[in-house]
Ligand binder design. Sequence first.
Ligand code: ADP
Ligand code: MG
Length: 240
Amino acid sequence: MTNLIQLQQVSKIYESDAGQFSALKNINLQIGTGEFVAIIGRSGSGKSTLLNVLTGIDQPSHGSVRVQQQMIHQMNESQLASWRGRTMGIVFQFFQLIPTLTIAENLALAMDFVNVIPKAKRGQRIHQLLQQVGIEKQANKFPASLSGGEQQRAAIARAMANKPDVIVADEPTGNLDSQTAESIMQLFKDLVDQGKTVLVVTHEQASLKHFHRVIRLHDGEIQDAASAPEPVTAVQQEAC
Ligand code: ADP
Ligand code: MG
């Protein structure tokens, strides 16, 4: 398996009036192409900070972050924005679809920003993506008229719009009922089966069985990073 993402001695220190706070402490982590990785841990353990550092949304205070051949901690903001748009598909807990645009227009906007899919092919690609996530009938509706599960499907289709190699999702099922959450996890699994590398921050204990690897954060440190299925049981017992 090719080493796709590599974090070496990464720390993140937030400065505030109250002083310094270490949200990530000396993180060493490798993720291979095609891996399906869960990131778990209590609220405040550093999960979102970790995702933000490896997508370049946030800069580490120390250490290096390499994705494919790019040292992303060395890029400036505009290089990062362009790189992220081409390489990373990002999915959020509250979907973050633009409410004044239809579902199809939300996907079209994501394609306009990055401009990797030729204009003439975008309409067809939007149709295919919405079909893939099972909401092709909702293409011309506004986000508010869709259920939470459908909105998250739309957000996943949008994350896929520019054919990124990596999908990262920060508590994508945190606002969904358990049955819908399971169907969303299945969708991520389908993406892994198609060759994508997928990282998901999750609280869904029942879903952990799907993942190749479960990484648990505790106070900004990785507690264990082992292969499933054995460690999953241990993780489930000490629920996050
Ligand atoms: P999680 O996603 O696991 O809930 P986060 O990565 O969001 O945790 O946050 C980790 C810790 O860093 C928390 O204690 C949080 O309060 C702190 N933190 C996050 N962002 C900031 C910030 N911008 N400034 C100061 N502290 C922050
Ligand atoms: Mg978080």
